[in-house]
Design a protein around this ligand. Structure first.
Ligand code: KG4
Ligand code: ZN
Length: 328
C-alpha cells in the first residue's frame, strides 16, 4: 500500500511517499527557516503563502523520486491540527483536492500523534502502551499512549514550550533562529555549572519555562557571564527539568518505555542525559531527521490508522480547546 503524507502545520512544506507504513520511497522537506530568520520567528501569513507556492512542487517531487505514478497512491494522510491555521489550510485543501480527483481515501492526522508515532518507524521494540513526550516549538506535552492508541494527556507546559524557550533565549543572546541548534552549539563551549537556574513547580507534573527564560535574560543583563556559559547553564536546567518531570510522572504511574519526539529531541545533550539517567525506563528517540516536522511521520500515522482502523481520539481531554480546531 502506497501512502502520501503531507505536512504543512508550521514552516516546513513536507511530503513523503511510504510503502506499507515504514518503507520510505521518497521524502522532501522544504524548510522556510531562511525566509523567517530575518523576522526572528515564524510569521503565519508568510508561512501560508510559501506553503501555497511550494506544496505542488514538493508533492510532485516525492512522486517522481519514488518512481511511481500519481495513480499508484492508495492513501493520503495530511496534518489537520494543531498548527498555524492558514498553513494547515494549504496542506488540507491540497490533500482534499487530490483525494477527490484520485478517488483515494484521505486520513486527517494529528500533528502530535505523528510526532509520537515517528518513534515507532525505526524502533520495532516501541509498541504501545508507552509514555510519549513531545518537545517542540509549540508543545511540551507528556502523553500516556494506550495499547489501542488512545492518548491521555499527563502534563503540559503552562506557559512557554521548550523549543520556544530555546528560541527566545537564543534571541536574547543574539544568536539566530531557530534557537535550539545555536544554543546547543554554544553550550558545548560553556560551563554548565556556572549559573544555577531554578526549576519551578518541582512538585507538579506540569511544566513551566517562562521563569527560566526570565532568569536567563536577567543573568545576561548582569553582563557577568559569557554567552557560552549562559547557554550551557540554561540547557542543563532545561534538561534537569525534563528529567525531573519524567521521574515524577513515573512515580505516579509506572511505565517502562518512553518516546521523546519533536524538534527539541534533536538535541544531543538531552538525548545523552535522558538515556543515561532514566535508569528503569527505556528511552526511544526518532532519528534526528524524523524529529523535526516531516511528511514521513504523517504517512506512517495515516497508514497505521487506516490499516488498523484506529480512531485516535484527540478530541476530548487530550487537547486544549484552541488546538482541537477541526479542518475535516
Ligand atoms: O517539531 P518542530 O520542527 O516544529 C514544531 O512542531 O514546533 O520543532 C521546532 C523547535 C524549535 O523551537 C527549535 O529551536 C527546536 O525545535 N530545536 C531544538 C534543536 N533543534 C531544533 N531545540 C534544542 N536543541 C536542538 N538541537
Ligand atoms: Zn512539529
Amino acid at each position: 500500500m502506497i501512502t502520501l503524507g503531507i505536512e504543512t502545520s508550521c514552516d516546513e512544506t513536507s511530503a513523503a511517499i511510504v510503502e506499507n507504513g515504514k518503507n520510505i520511497l521518497s521524502a522532501k522537506i522544504f524548510s522556510q527557516v531562511d525566509i523567517h530568520k530575518r523576522f526572528g520567528g515564524v510569521v503565519p501569513e508568510v508561512a501560508s503563502r510559501n506553503h501555497a507556492l511550494k506544496i505542488r512542487p514538493v508533492v510532485e517531487e516525492v512522486i517522481n523520486n519514488a518512481n511511481i505514478s500519481i495513480n499508484d497512491i492508495d492513501l493520503i494522510g495530511v496534518t489537520n491540527s494543531p498548527g498555524l491555521i492558514g498553513a494547515l489550510f494549504v496542506g488540507v485543501s491540497f490533500a482534499k483536492g487530490l483525494s477527490y480527483s484520485l478517488k483515494k481515501p484521505l486520513i486527517p492526522v494529528n500533528h502530535l500523534a505523528a510526532h509520537i508515532l515517528s518513534g515507532e518507524i525505526e524502533n520495532e521494540e516501541l509498541t504501545p502502551p508507552y509514555m510519549a513526550l513531545v518537545i517542540s516549538g509549540g508543545h511540551t506535552h507528556l502523553f500516556n499512549v494506550s495499547k489501542s492508541y488512545s492518548f491521555t494527556l499527563i502534563s503540559k507546559t503552562i506557559d512557554d514550550a521548550l523549543g520556544e524557550t530555546f528560541d527566545k533565549v537564543s534571541k536574547t543572546l543574539g544568536f539566530g533562529y531557530p534557537g535550539g541548534p545555536e544554543i546547543e552549539k554554544k553550550a558545548s563551549f560553556g560551563d554548565e555549572t556556572k549559573i544555577d537556574y531554578p526549576i519551578p513547580m518541582k512538585n507538579e507534573l506540569n511544566f513551566s519555562f517562562s521563569g527560566l527564560k526570565t532568569s536567563v535574560i536577567n543573568s545576561y543583563n548582569l553582563e557577568k557571564y559569557t554567552k557560552e556559559d549562559i547557554s550551557a547553564s540554561f540547557q542543563k536546567t532545561a534538561v534537569d527539568t525534563v528529567i525531573h518531570k519524567i521521574r515524577l510522572a513515573s512515580k505516579i504511574q509506572k511505565f517502562s518505555k518512553l518516546v521523546v519526539a519533536g524538534g527539541v529531541a534533536c538535541n544531543g545533550y538531552l538525548r545523552r542525559r535522558l538515556q543515561n539517567e532514566l535508569k528503569n525506563i527505556k528511552v526511544f528517540f526518532p532519528s534526528k531527521g524524523l524529529c523535526t516536522d516531516n511528511g514521513i511521520m504523517v504517512a506512517y500515522t495515516a497508514h497505521k490508522m487506516f490499516n488498523k482502523r484506529i480512531f485516535m481520539d484527540f478530541s476530548s481531554k487530550a487537547l486544549d480547546r484552541d488546538e482541537s480546531i477541526k479542518l475535516f
